[in-house]
Ligand binder design. Structure first.
Ligand SMILES: Nc1ncnc2c1ncn2[C@@H]1O[C@H](COP(=O)(O)OP(=O)(O)OP(=O)(O)O)[C@@H](O)[C@H]1O
Ligand SMILES: [Mg+2]
Length: 368
């Protein structure tokens, strides 16, 4: 019965109606007009001629009746078809024009979508598609603008130094070469991070999941960051239950934790604390990096995993950040079947967590 509610049902009903009207007109006209005409023909004829003219008169009357009925049926069918064609053609023509406009790059096109029939549903689907295209073009433009912006600073520094050296206003000494090297490294890192963020977000990174014993893994991570933490007078502690195993790719998990710890170190002032912890939650493991740094304002928190997003652009730029680290961490964690979470209290600190499946049958520990 749902078929009768949509356009196919309406088409069917309207054609059925046309056919029924045609038949009704034909039958009514033939039954009413033919006997009338027949009687008129017979009137005034002589009785003897009855037999000879009877068939001729009846045939003529029937012809008149049928032609009148056919004319009425054609008129009715034309009116019904015109009405139907107009109701169908209007929205379809609007959809056709809007599709052509979108194909020509005008993604702001929308079509009216009233009702709940198939044409209205098609119009709504079209509007959704146009909206998504508009959003992805906006994201593409933002990405291009961000990449150009990030490339701009190191490139102009390099250009300035090289021109200065050519004009002999900048000395070709180890200090200048160190600046050139730093900016070149920054460019290489940007290219590497962009590629990785792209691959991670599209799920194109290769991961080799295996049981990883977290106590030794986290201890190795701590050892790696200890010199930097000590240089910044920040304490770095690890807390993890004995033998806790996680199912992850050790290299990818290492990259994720590196990004979280880099951020924690950048945002934690001297005398602060960073804690690297892991605990079991049902059949999952939660690995968290908590710091006692400045925290992230609530309006920024939902966006920190977006590419190029920086809650504090001025500070991040002086620290060399491009706003890609957390986007990479999120993509790499999701590629391992996990998820990332962020919580923060401005003025008190932040906690970034990676939640991954637990691996109860962990084999020998994987070291970094
Ligand atoms: N632990 C933290 N404490 C306070 N703010 C943070 C912390 N971690 C991230 N943020 C905020 O989130 C933003 C995004 O972090 P993300 O790691 O993606 O980029 P970045 O560190 O600026 O640059 P990159 O990691 O590419 O070098 C940072 O710029 C910072 O404003
Ligand atoms: Mg970072």
């Amino acid at each position: 019965m749902s078929f009768l509610r949509g356009w196919p049902g309406r088409l069917f009903l309207s054609h059925l109606l046309t056919a029924a009207l045609t038949a009704a007109a034909l039958i009514t006209t033939a039954l009413l007009l033919a006997p009338l005409a027949f009687r008129r023909m017979l009137h005034g004829m002589m009785a003897g001629m009855m037999d000879r003219f009877l068939r001729h008169a009846f045939a003529q009357a029937l012809h008149q009746g049928v032609w009148a009925a056919a004319g009425a049926a054609i008129l009715l069918a034309t009116a019904a078809s015109l009405l139907l064609a107009r109701r169908l053609a209007g929205p379809l023509a609007r959809l056709r024009d809007a599709t052509l406009a979108v194909a020509a790059g005008d993604f702001a096109q929308r079509v009216p979508a009233k009702g709940d029939d198939e044409i209205a549903q098609l119009a709504r689907s079209f509007n959704r598609m146009a909206e998504q295209l508009e959003q992805s073009r906006k994201a593409q433009r933002e990405l291009t603008a961000n990449v150009l912006h990030e490339l701009g600073t190191p490139l102009s520094t390099l250009q300035g130094y090289l021109e200065g050296m050519q004009d002999e206003v900048v000395p070709l000494d180890p200090a200048s070469l160190a600046v050139l090297q730093r900016e070149t490294r920054r460019l290489s890192r940007l290219v590497r991070d962009l590629r990785l963020a792209d691959q991670a977000e599209e799920g194109r990174v290769s991961v080799e999941l295996q049981p990883v014993l977290l106590p030794s893994f986290l201890e190795d991570t701590r050892r790696k960051f200890l010199p930097r933490a000590a240089a910044g007078s920040v304490s770095l502690a690890v807390s993890c239950p004995e033998g806790l195993p996680v199912r992850a790719d050790p290299d990818r998990l290492g990259e994720v934790l590196d990004n979280l710890l880099e951020n924690a170190l950048v945002h934690t002032p001297a005398g602060g604390h960073i804690n690297l912890s892991a605990r079991r939650e049902g059949d999952q493991v939660r690995i968290a990096v908590s710091d006692s740094g400045g925290g992230i304002p609530p309006e920024h928190l939902p966006h920190v995993f977006e590419r190029f997003y920086r809650a504090d652009p001025g500070r991040a730029r002086t620290q060399g950040g491009s706003g890609l680290g957390l986007a990479i961490a999120k993509g790499l964690t999701e590629a391992q079947g996990g998820r990332v979470e962020a919580a923060s209290t401005p003025g008190q600190g932040s906690t970034f967590a990676v939640v991954l499946p637990c691996a109860d049958d962990a084999g020998p520990p994987q070291r970094r």
